[in-house]
Write a protein that binds this ligand. Structure first.
Ligand code: CA
Length: 183
């Protein structure tokens, strides 16, 4: 009987320790500089529910022959041809919702498109996460695009939940120690 209760105590500690571990997970997705209007946007398959996510990216792509940039893009201005207008041309950008082609270009006051670059975050939005290339909003010049970047999307654990679970784990460990001492 004593052995059974010791085993139960150890099993409980292990189970609660797993629960207390941060619940972050990461997905790495290839985002292409699309050569058609639709393929300027990549469906990540991830549905956001208001949580905070971080996105880091690396790689190289081009909005025209000889114009190679990383996911941060360039300050060169092609204002009318940017999803985030007056933004960074060729930057990795994001959209949350059903169809990124239906968003409003990022004129002042509109926030449909989100600048990400090599390191960005999104919080408080609900819907499908899309990643895109800040070029060819209106020109139809997708045919000269090339390259891709790798974007790693990490869900940030809710610190309140983690702290609560950590506290529960400490409590369970203390209780188990008392049981073991009595056994
Ligand atoms: Ca282009």
């Amino acid at each position: 009987m004593k052995i059974v209760s010791k085993l139960l105590a150890v099993t409980s500690i292990a189970a609660i320790a797993v629960l207390a571990a941060p619940t972050s997970r990461a997905d790495t997705i290839t985002v292409v500089a699309g050569t058609t209007h639709e393929s300027l946007w990549t469906d990540t398959g991830i549905d956001l529910t208001g949580q905070t996510i971080n996105i880091t990216a690396s790689g190289a792509w081009s909005w025209a022959f000889g114009e190679n940039v990383g996911p941060d893009g360039s300050l060169v201005a092609f204002v009318d041809d940017e999803w985030i207008q007056n933004g960074r041309h060729g930057q990795l950008i994001a959209y949350v919702g059903g169809d990124p082609l239906l968003g409003t270009a990022g004129a002042p006051g509109f926030t449909d498109y989100i600048a990400i670059g090599s390191n960005g975050s999104i919080t408080g939005l609900t819907g499908r996460l899309w990643l895109g290339f800040n070029d060819d909003y209106s020109s139809g010049g997708e045919g000269d695009n090339s390259g891709s970047v790798q974007a790693t999307i990490t869900s940030v654990p809710d610190s309140g939940t983690s702290i609560t679970l950590f506290g529960l784990a400490l409590f369970a460990m203390a209780a188990a120690r008392r049981k073991l001492a009595l056994a």
